[in-house]
Design a protein around this ligand. Structure first.
Ligand code: ADP
Ligand code: ADP
Ligand code: ZN
Length: 210
């Protein structure tokens, strides 16, 4: 099964994708996670991507498409989380899947109101070491500010600061939201009410897939 998780930043795509990928034995591909890792390691990709990410803009399509071509396996099933984010990327994905004989089963649109999104992003804390994601209120670590998995001190992502968040929401509306229509026209879009708590959203996701 190949799924695309679509929706604004902070809607909860990554949180749900990690759980679902484990349960269904799918490969979780988060372009954001891959880019942050590349930035941390100072690879050529990371060096090119960093300035865009810091500003809350999208990294250029050609870089992202090349990256996706490297990480999508020929078989086995994937959750694409945070990709595609532009029409250009969506078309490149269609072409790539066609070449590999793969298809998208469903595009899940994570639907949540702006105030929920802003609250989620402002309280998000991430582990700089293993990438685990928490929320100060909705998904706090067991021990204050420390990662449950590896004990590292949690941080706030630079791009989760308020000015950058505003920019990212604007970028979502302009460049990514047109994909809703694109996938609706293909009959692939399923809307998920992402405004509920983490466990309820997960249950709805499971029922959509059953
Ligand atoms: P969020 O889900 O909180 O928006 P991500 O971790 O998915 O954040 O992405 C962080 C940043 O990485 C984005 O703001 C953008 O700069 C870059 N990025 C991630 N995925 C893509 C993509 N498919 N196309 C272009 N840029 C991307
Ligand atoms: P995305 O990948 O869409 O950017 P994340 O999965 O990183 O979103 O979630 C953004 C923040 O909101 C994180 O701090 C996460 O712990 C929290 N979160 C995720 N899902 C929910 C939910 N259903 N209710 C409340 N908070 C949530
Ligand atoms: Zn950790």
């Amino acid at each position: 099964m190949n799924l695309v998780f679509l929706g604004p930043p902070g809607a909860g795509k990554g949180t749900q994708a990690k759980r679902l990928a484990q349960e269904l034995k799918l490969k979780h591909i988060s372009t954001g996670d891959i880019l942050r890792e590349a930035v941390k390691e100072g690879t050529p990709l990371g060096k090119k991507a960093k300035e865009y990410m810091d500003r809350g803009e999208l990294v250029p399509d050609e870089l992202i498409i090349a990256l996706i071509e490297e990480v999508v396996p020929d078989s086995g099933g994937v959750i694409l989380d945070g990709f595609p984010r532009t029409l250009e990327q969506a078309k490149a994905l269609d072409a790539m899947f066609e070449k590999k004989g793969l298809s998208i089963d469903k595009v899940i649109l994570f639907d949540a109101p702006d105030d929920a999104i802003v609250e989620r992003l402002s309280g998000r804390r991430s582990c700089p070491s293993c990438g685990a994601v928490y929320h100060v209120k909705f998904n706090p670590p067991k021990e204050n500010e420390l990662c449950d998995t590896c004990g590292t001190k949690l941080v706030q992502r630079e791009d989760d600061r308020e000015e950058v968040v505003r920019k990212r929401l604007e970028v979502y509306r302009k460049q990514t939201a047109p994909l809703i229509e694109y996938y609706e026209a293909k009959g692939l879009l399923v809307r998920l009410d992402a405004s509920k708590d983490i466990a309820s959203v997960y249950r709805e996701l499971e029922s959509i897939l059953n």
